[in-house]
Design a protein around this ligand. Sequence first.
Ligand code: NDP
Length: 399
Amino acid sequence: MGKALIIGAGGVSNVVVHKCCQNPDVFEEICIASRTKSKCDAMKEKLDGGKTKITTAQVDADNTVDVVNLINSFKPDIVINVALPYQDLTIMDACLETGAHYLDTANYEPPDIPKFEYKWQWAYKERFRKAGLTAILGSGFDPGVTGVFSAYAMKHYFDEINYIDIVDANAGDHGYPFATNFNPEINIREITANGRYWEEGQWIETPPLAEKKVYDLPQIGEKDIYLLYHEELESLAQNIKGLRRIRFWMTFSQKYITHLNVLENVGMTSIEPILFEGKLIQPLQFLKAVLPDPSSLGSRTKGKTNIGCIFQGKKDGKPVTYYVYNVCVHEEAYAEVGSQAISYTTGVPAMIGAKLLLEGKWKKPGVFNVEEFDPDPFMEELNKQGLPWHEDFNPVLLD
Ligand code: NDP
């Protein structure tokens, strides 16, 4: 049916590549391209021999001309961007110039200051519309499936949704006293930032990790959950009818927070360079060097993730509550594709978004967040492609 150019060769890309190869009728040909070509070649070596034809290429996705040249030589129908958020705009520019559709899993970030805002990518709406091209933004799990869950709830169970709580729990254990699941720098920055949620048309800030609750998650049990800002809040606050409040919660264990507090208190998370044995070093860089490499955690992580949305609203004038969630098992994800559940829950939805676009089910000119498409075919694919979901019409609500 089509050709996909997959940019990036990290944990998420590995899952996207495996899943495209599991759907060869749709992905007849893929090209894996990244900064370090050897990583693309390693993936090709693992998966070559199946029905999907695989090629690889080196690309600097910070450079639009480089991406344009690659698109012109490979001629993909869609570019799946699973590099880093810094590359979103250069890749979108290249898609516009060459006539390729676009999909990503994280909003554009300026390299110097984290903003978690869609405004730069939303500014491309008119250009994609005029070019007759589709750009799907944030087709991972959160953002991604959380938006699809919201659209599905709205379509089938509600006339208006008044409250949404997104709960993201990772009960995986890698056996180390302390390690971060992804880049320690980004992880620590996310957790030490102020929390933020949307209520009655306004953004409300809270100090870092100040809002804590305990929630009993299906298949995982009771966990401490903390209020954080997360990028899908921005688009869902605009796209869901009748919304009065939307919040995002993530689990952290007490052990994790204690380690982080100690590291912060002794200055190990600082990015201010210090003089050590005659050399300037950045404490956080040094900390990163002594912590386990996040990519090495996959094979030793055991346990489950549970990510879902709790909705409250009205149907035919009557109050309705609804909770929809997915549980993903780290060991099963690793056994299937060689990545743990964090990458798995991101890569599977990225492939599904691209599949629906190539099949014409999610194809309309412009730039869209996932909740702006018909959720039904995506929900169907989640069940088929390894991320089955569960429903509860009588969930415990968060006050
Ligand atoms: P990794 O760091 O494992 O992989 C990123 C890849 O991008 C690496 O292969 C890297 O190359 C490549 N890359 C970086 N810069 C460039 C460049 N200039 N040109 C070409 N390639 C480049 O990240 P993950 O796989 O964990 O994450 C991928 C994306 O998924 C990120 O944007 C992340 O924010 C997003 N994400 C989304 C989630 C969601 O639920 N929506 C959840 C988790 C992640 P090299 O190998 O040379 O370093």
